[in-house]
Design a protein around this ligand. Structure first.
Ligand code: IMP
Ligand code: MG
Length: 173
């Protein structure tokens, strides 16, 4: 069965905003190099577009996490499915997320990464649903705040589908 998807943020708008955020990141990290930490799989499309437009030197690493527990609500207790290849000690780390919902996953991840003693740790997200927040989170770079709707595309999936849509869409169930 296929779902009807309506466009929430079109391709040009997403691309322009990513460019704007990349410019801001390039300014903020001037004279430094930044380790982009991509949280698989949802952030893959976003991190590629972002990285191409950042003008300071970058390195790229990947982590895959899953939250414990069943149901649709994340518990925030994070299990590392694939860990980083490199140490982040002393590095300027920017965590790149697809979406922040309750904030549980990210808050646990931040605790876990902070313990590895990076020089700095910031967060960049493509999408944020502030109305859904359960755990308060300081997000350094947000491309778009969106209403409490289930979205797909630009890396985000519904049952592993629709990640490759070049825009952000809403699933009409
Ligand atoms: P949190 O711990 O509740 O913040 O969970 C965030 C994670 O839930 C994201 O990394 C996504 O994998 C998933 N998620 C939350 N909202 C959506 C959505 O609207 N579409 C697709 N995935 C979502
Ligand atoms: Mg995710």
């Amino acid at each position: 069965m296929s779902e009807k998807i309506s466009v929430l943020i079109d391709e040009v708008t997403v691309d322009n905003k990513i460019k704007e955020i990349a410019d801001q990141i390039s300014k903020d990290y001037e004279g430094k190099s930044v380790t982009l930490l991509c949280i698989l799989k949802g952030s893959v499309f976003f991190v590629c577009e972002l990285a191409k437009r950042i003008t300071v030197p970058i390195t790229l690493d990947f982590m895959s996490v899953s939250s414990y527990g069943s149901g649709t609500e994340s518990t925030g207790r994070v299990k590392i499915v694939k860990d980083l290849d490199e140490s982040i000690e002393g590095k300027d780390v920017l965590v790149v997320e697809d979406i922040i919902d309750s904030g549980r996953t990210l808050s646990h991840l931040v605790t876990l990464l902070s313990a590895r003693k990076p020089n700095s740790l910031k967060i960049c997200t493509l999408l944020d649903k502030p109305d859904r927040r359960v755990v308060p989170m300081d997000v350094d770079y947000t491309c778009f705040e969106i209403p409490d709707k289930f979205v797909v595309g630009y890396g985000l999936d519904y049952d592993q589908k629709y990640r490759n849509l070049p825009y952000v869409g809403v699933v009409e169930l």
